[in-house]
Write a protein that binds this ligand. Structure first.
Ligand code: C2O
Ligand code: CU
Ligand code: CU
Length: 551
C-alpha cells in the first residue's frame, strides 16, 4: 500500500515531528542536503538520463483532426473505448498508451480534446476494453453522482456505461480522466486523460476582442511528466509515493517547441502530472517574461493580474496571457517550472536519507527546476507587429462578471484536517478511504452554504485538495509559507490564483485555507461526491473521503 522503505523509516520519527514543526528553516536544509548528495546534478533536468532525449526538437502537438489530442465537438453523442495501443511519442520505439479511443466521422481520435458550450446536453458512451475497471470522471464539472465517474461507479472490464449530463459550468478548461478505486495513479500515468473546453458568451467575447483564435494564438498546454524507461515505455509502481517522471509531455509531445509570432498569446495550462507541482514561469535568456493571469480552474477571473510565476498543482488549470511582442525574431522563451521549496516535511528529520529517486531515474526531484517546452519567436512584418500591440493593449480591465468572494459571516464551518499518522498513512480528519470505504463520512444539506476550513499539519507536504461536483471560492489563507505569503494581493492572505473559481486548492504544510462552497444543485435524492488529494498516489493510498448531498 505505502512505500514501505520510506514509511517504515518514518515510524521512529514521530517524536522528532514536533521539533520539525517549530523550525521551518529545516525545510531549507533538506534541499541543500539533496544537492549535497548529488553535487553534479545540473539545475535543470531536461535531457534526462536516457538516450536521444534532446529537448525542444519536436513541434508541439496542437488540437488536430485525428489521433492523440484531436478536437471533437460534443454536439453529437460520442462513443469512447478505454483501450491500450501504441503511439509514436518519443524518438525510437512507440509507447503503449492507455487511452480513450473513438471514431468521429471516420477519424480515429485518442484522448480527444472535447468541446462544448454552457447549457449543452452531452452524451459520452464508454466501452471498457481494458482488463480492469475504469471510469471517465469529469473533473471540475457540476454534475450528479451517477455521471461524475468517480470510483463509486466503476465500469468493469468489458462493461459499458453512458454518461449523460447538461453542462452547467461557465467557460473554462476542464478535464476528464479515469478514477477507478486505488488505480487512478496507474491509469493516469498510463495515459487515460483528456481536456474538456467549455465555452460561453463572455469567453467568446473576450477572444474576439483580443483577436485570439482558438488553435492559433489561444492554445491549451496539457502538461504531464512521465517516468519512461529505455524502451520508451511508461513505468509505474503501484504503492509507490509521489510519482514524478523523467520526461515531460505537453499535449503528448515530449519537451516540445512552438514557433510563435511576436504577439500576444492566450495559453491555458493544465497540470496533468500524477504528483508534481509546477512553478510556472516564462524565461527569456535568464530573464523572467511576465504574464497576466486571467483565469483559473473554473474560468475567467474578474480582472487580470501581472505575475512572474505561479504555482500549478496537479489537476489545476490556469489561463494566462503572454506577450512575445517585444522580443526579436529568433528569440527563445522557455516555459519552465522554477525551483521551489517542496516542503516534503512528512519525512523531514535529517535522521535518514531514503532514496526517493529509486523509482524515478533521471527525473528532477520535486521542487527542482524543470524545463517544459520552448517558444521560438518567428520573424514577422511590421504590420503584424503593430497588430499584436493592439491586441495586447485591448485587454479589458474587467475580464468577466465573476462576483467577489461571498461574505461568509454566519456560514457553518466544517473543519478538515490533513495529516499523516505515525505509520505513514494519510488522513483527512480521522478518515482514510481504505478504512472507511465508500460510505459517506458526512452529509451536507442541498442548497446550504458552508465554509470548509482545511488545515494541513506542519509535518506534511503540500496537498492539492480537490472537491467533486462543485466549484468553490477560496476565502482565506493563513500561516502560509513565505512563497505563498509573498503572492498576497487581496485581504485574507489571498493570491491572484485564489480569486477565481476553483475545484482544487493547494494547502501547504502548516497552512489553514478556508473555502466557501454553495451546495445548490438541480439534482434530487442522495448525491455522493469525493473530496481528495489530487496527488494521485495520496488519493490511491486513501487520502480521500466521500460525502453526501441530501435534501
Ligand atoms: Cu480529477 Cu477525483 O479527480
Ligand atoms: Cu474531480
Ligand atoms: Cu496529498
Amino acid at each position: 500500500m505505502t512505500d514501505t522503505t520510506r514509511r517504515r523509516l518514518f515510524v521512529g520519527l514521530a517524536a522528532t515531528a514536533a521539533v520539525v514543526a517549530a523550525t521551518p528553516w529545516l525545510f531549507q536544509r533538506r534541499r541543500e542536503h539533496d544537492h549535497a548528495m548529488n553535487p553534479t546534478a545540473p539545475e535543470s533536468h531536461t535531457g534526462p538520463g536516457l538516450p536521444n532525449a534532446q529537448p525542444f526538437q519536436t513541434p508541439l502537438r496542437l488540437p488536430g483532426r485525428e489521433g492523440l489530442f484531436a478536437e471533437v465537438a460534443l454536439s453529437a453523442p460520442l462513443a469512447l473505448s478505454a483501450r491500450a495501443a501504441s503511439f509514436p511519442i518519443f524518438a525510437g520505439k512507440p509507447t503503449p498508451v492507455w487511452h480513450y479511443a473513438g471514431s468521429v466521422e471516420g477519424r480515429a481520435v485518442a484522448n480527444p480534446l472535447l468541446r462544448a458550450a454552457q447549457g449543452d446536453r452531452v452524451e459520452v458512451a464508454l466501452a471498457n476494453e481494458l482488463a480492469e475497471a475504469t471510469t471517465i470522471h469529469w473533473h471540475g464539472l457540476s454534475i450528479d453522482e451517477a455521471n461524475d465517474g468517480s470510483g463509486l461507479h466503476p465500469v468493469a472490464a468489458g462493461a459499458r456505461r453512458t454518461y449523460r449530463y447538461t453542462i452547467d459550468n461557465r467557460a473554462g478548461l476542464y478535464w476528464y480522466h479515469a478514477h477507478p478505486h486505488e488505480r487512478t495513479g496507474l491509469q493516469l500515468q498510463r495515459g487515460l486523460a483528456g481536456l474538456l473546453r467549455v465555452e460561453d458568451a463572455e469567453d467568446r467575447a473576450l477572444g474576439e476582442r483580443l483577436g485570439l483564435r482558438w488553435g492559433e494564438r489561444d492554445l491549451p498546454l496539457f502538461i504531464a511528466d512521465k517516468q519512461v524507461d529505455a524502451d520508451n515505455a511508461i513505468v509505474y509502481r503501484i504503492g509507490a509515493d509521489d510519482w514524478i517522471g523523467n520526461r515531460v509531455l505537453v499535449n503528448w509531445t515530449p519537451e516540445p517547441f512552438l514557433e510563435v509570432l511576436p504577439a500576444l498569446y492566450r495559453l491555458r495550462l493544465v497540470n496533468g502530472c500524477n504528483a508534481r507541482m509546477l512553478r510556472i514561469a516564462f524565461d527569456h535568456q535568464g530573464q523572467t517574461l511576465p504574464f497576466r493571469l486571467i483565469g483559473t480552474d473554473g474560468g475567467l477571473l474578474a480582472q487580470a493580474w501581472n505575475m512572474d510565476d505561479v504555482f500549478l498543482a496537479p489537476a489545476q488549470r490556469i489561463d494566462v496571457l503572454v506577450d512575445f511582442g517585444a522580443l526579436p525574431a529568433g528569440a527563445r522563451v522557455l516555459l519552465r517550472s522554477l525551483e521551489y521549496v517542496a516542503m516534503e516535511n512528512e519525512d523531514e528529520s535529517g535522521a535518514f536519507a531514503p532514496d526517493p529517486m529509486g523509482d524515478h531515474p533521471g527525473a528532477a526531484p520535486m521542487g527542482d527546476a524543470l524545463d517544459l517546452m520552448q517558444f521560438c519567436v518567428a520573424a514577422c512584418s511590421d504590420g503584424q507587429r503593430r497588430q499584436a500591440k493592439v491586441a495586447s493593449a485591448n485587454v479589458p480591465a474587467a475580464l468577466s462578471a465573476l462576483p467577489a468572494p461571498p461574505d461568509t459571516a454566519g456560514w457553518p464551518v466544517r473543519p478538515i484536517r490533513l495529516r499523516m499518522d505515525s505509520d505513514g498513512t494519510w488522513f483527512i480528519n480521522d478518515w482514510n478511504y481504505h478504512q472507511v470505504g465508500h460510505a459517506p463520512v458526512f452529509n451536507v444539506k442541498r442548497g446550504s452554504r458552508e465554509v470548509w476550513e482545511i488545515r494541513n499539519n506542519m509535518t506534511s507536504m503540500p496537498h492539492p485538495i480537490h472537491l467533486h461536483g462543485f466549484q468553490f471560492r477560496v476565502v482565506s489563507r493563513s500561516i502560509s509559507p513565505p512563497d505563498v505569503r509573498s503572492r498576497k494581493v487581496a485581504p485574507q492572505g489571498l493570491g491572484p490564483q485564489d480569486l477565481g473559481l476553483s475545484d482544487t486548492v493547494v494547502v501547504w504544510p502548516g497552512e489553514i485555507v478556508r473555502i466557501a462552497i454553495d451546495f445548490s444543485q438541480p439534482y434530487s435524492g442522495t448525491q455522493r461526491y469525493m473530496l481528495h488529494c489530487h496527488n494521485l498516489e495520496h488519493e490511491d493510498m486513501g487520502m480521500m473521503v466521500s460525502f453526501a448531498v441530501e435534501d
